[in-house]
Design a protein around this ligand. Sequence first.
Ligand SMILES: Nc1ncnc2c1ncn2[C@@H]1O[C@H](COP(=O)(O)OP(=O)(O)OP(=O)(O)O)[C@@H](O)[C@H]1O
Ligand SMILES: [Mg+2]
Length: 171
Amino acid sequence: MFGLKLRETNILKIIEDSLAKLSRHGNVDIQLKNLLENDVVWIDYEQMVTTLFDLEKNAIEAMSDGGSLIIAVVGDEHQVSITLADTGVGIAEENIPLLFTPFFTTKPAGDGTGLGLPSAYAAVKAHCGDMTIESNADPNKGPTGTTVRITLPRRQILQNKDSKMIVHEDD
Ligand SMILES: Nc1ncnc2c1ncn2[C@@H]1O[C@H](COP(=O)(O)OP(=O)(O)OP(=O)(O)O)[C@@H](O)[C@H]1O
Ligand SMILES: [Mg+2]
């Protein structure tokens, strides 16, 4: 399902380009914190911009009264991790297991298709990476909000058997 066009790419540029696609972010304060010296990864630029855009859009939609989204990038020579932490309404505990199921949405019909997270998960998995989600929706338990973490290998060593890899070397 996912053919990958892997290219040497700067992950910070991908994050900046994904943020530039957001048409509005209301009262949401967005901060990007980079702890990487070398931000080069071999990834599919289009897929990863779309993935980050979907996650940022979810965060903003969860903060209709404003809040903050902190995107932090860390890593080592083998992998990079991008963490998106929002101060939104959070996700009810019973919904957490449903998040990667296509068409699961809590948004009004016409607003959400419920494909953002399943597509993001599939794209990250196709890159031999991983995605985890932690959330608190109960103000009695502490500040509400959601943290999504994506981890991507710097360069794929093992070829994911379900994905066709096309390495473009002509640009
Ligand atoms: N950061 C977040 N904060 C709160 N809830 C979230 C967050 N991200 C996802 N969710 C919840 O997970 C559900 C599924 O998210 P997903 O992105 O897959 O679909 P959607 O946002 O509803 O629709 P689409 O992405 O297709 O517009 C959302 O409807 C929402 O309930
Ligand atoms: Mg969404």
